[in-house]
Design a protein around this ligand. Structure first.
Ligand code: PLP
Length: 397
């Protein structure tokens, strides 16, 4: 069967693949502790579920406008004003089937062959493939642990060429948990302001931030930056709503109109019921978010300490999201019987096969010296899982 060039250039999402492999082993009866999944383990708050039930009962089960209902757009507009002091019109907002879909749509309407898109590494797995699908070239900027996995203004400056169309920012970051401070964002904004480039700001982990830090959006730097920025966000992570599939973008009207046109020829509107639930998520009681963040913070402290206690692993304490990104290349060259660990994939396979622990190789995020663990899982699993990792590492010779 001949498939298009386009589809052969990309790979399946490795995080979804690991989760599926772990689930398959579980189904065979093996005890697997999963640190692979990129979603909150908490249930969607009840008041949000109730809004969906009400929508179904009221017969709100038909097509809506392609880019989302006015009510959802207004809830997004209020949220962006309330949280960041940003003001947008309805024509500057579009809702899609998850933030991943939003990013995909944006890439399709903005990029093409010959364009370059700057992506700091370690990056979220999907950015690369989403960009590659358009024919544009991802320009990966490697950040270092010494800089807290944050891109410096001079690194950004050096990465920009006449072909650069956009830079993708993600703070707090998946996979590192790094969160840029206001000053760091302002310094990057200065570089962007001098050039004809867009910023795609993936703010999906905005609410999941610790230690009293507060999120700062590059769009809030000023009108000039706001005009160059497309803010991307969604309800998946903050409200434990990954299955509902609602994401959104706010940005220049021309871009939003193009995304809406594209969407009119593929998915049409995102699910009507999920839109009603998302209105409630954005407008309703924010208490459950704070509670989830509190629980994530406790788990973070436990997992970071447990990982740093394992000889050969070391781990920064992340400021946001629900991932840790420990360094594991200290173990490269070590072996267990026939198995030699020479890469993050070798190490992840070893942990899955020998310890029954699922983690994602750092190579998938653009840095092979690391692995990613999600701590959106129970404290029990964190304690047992890190114990298993420790024992498996100590068996290496
Ligand atoms: C989870 C995630 C998304 C996508 O979330 P949706 O469920 O599609 O809304 C986007 N960006 C990052 C960095 C993520 O981790």
């Amino acid at each position: 069967m001949k498939l298009s060039q386009r589809i052969t250039k990309i790979k399946p999402s490795p995080t979804l693949a690991i989760t599926m492999k772990a689930n398959a082993l579980k189904a065979q009866g093996r005890s697997i502790i999963g640190f692979g999944a990129g979603e909150p383990d908490f249930d969607t708050p009840d008041h949000i579920k109730e809004a969906a039930v009400r929508a179904i009962r009221a017969g709100f089960t038909k097509y809506t406008p392609v880019g989302g209902t006015d009510e959802l757009k207004d809830a997004v507009i209020e949220k962006l004003r309330r949280d960041h002091g940003l003001s947008y019109k309805r024509s500057e907002v579009v809702a899609s089937c998850g933030a991943k879909h939003t990013l995909y749509n944006l890439a399709q309407v903005l990029f093409e062959e010959g364009d370059e898109v700057v992506i700091p590494a370690p990056y979220w797995v999907s950015y690369l493939d989403i960009v590659v699908l358009t024919g544009a070239r991802p320009v990966v900027v490697p950040t270092s642990e010494e800089n807290g996995f944050k891109m410096t203004p001079s690194q950004l400056q050096e990465a920009l060429t006449d072909r650069t169309r956009a830079v993708i920012l993600n703070s707090p970051s998946n996979p590192t948990g790094a969160a840029y401070t206001r000053r760091e964002i302002e310094a990057l904004a200065e570089v962007v302001a001098r050039r004809d480039v867009l910023v795609i700001s993936d703010d999906i982990y905005e609410k999941i931030i610790y230690d009293g830090l507060s999120f700062f959006s590059i769009a809030s730097v000023g009108e000039e930056l706001k005009a160059k920025t497309v803010v991307v966000n969604g309800v998946s992570k903050a409200y434990a709503m990954t299955g509902w599939r609602i994401g959104y973008a706010a940005g220049p009207e021309e871009i939003i109109a193009a995304v809406t046109k594209l969407q009119s020829q593929n998915t049409s509107n995102p699910t009507s019921i999920s839109q009603q639930a998302s209105v409630e998520a954005l407008r309703g009681d924010q208490g459950p978010v704070a509670e989830m963040v509190r629980r994530f913070a406790e788990r973070r402290d436990v997992i970071v300490k447990a990982l740093n206690d394992i000889p050969g692993l070391s781990c920064l304490c992340p400021q946001g999201a629900f991932y840790v990104f420990p360094r594991c290349d200290g173990l490269f060259g070590r072996r267990a019987g026939e198995t030699v660990i020479n890469s993050s994939s070798d190490f992840a396979s070893y942990l899955l096969d020998e310890a029954g622990v699922a983690v994602v190789p750092g190579a998938d995020f653009g840095n092979d010296a690391y692995i990613r663990l999600s701590y959106a899982t129970s404290m029990e699993d964190i304690v047992e899982g890190t114990k298993r990792i420790r024992e498996a590492v100590l068996r290496l010779t």
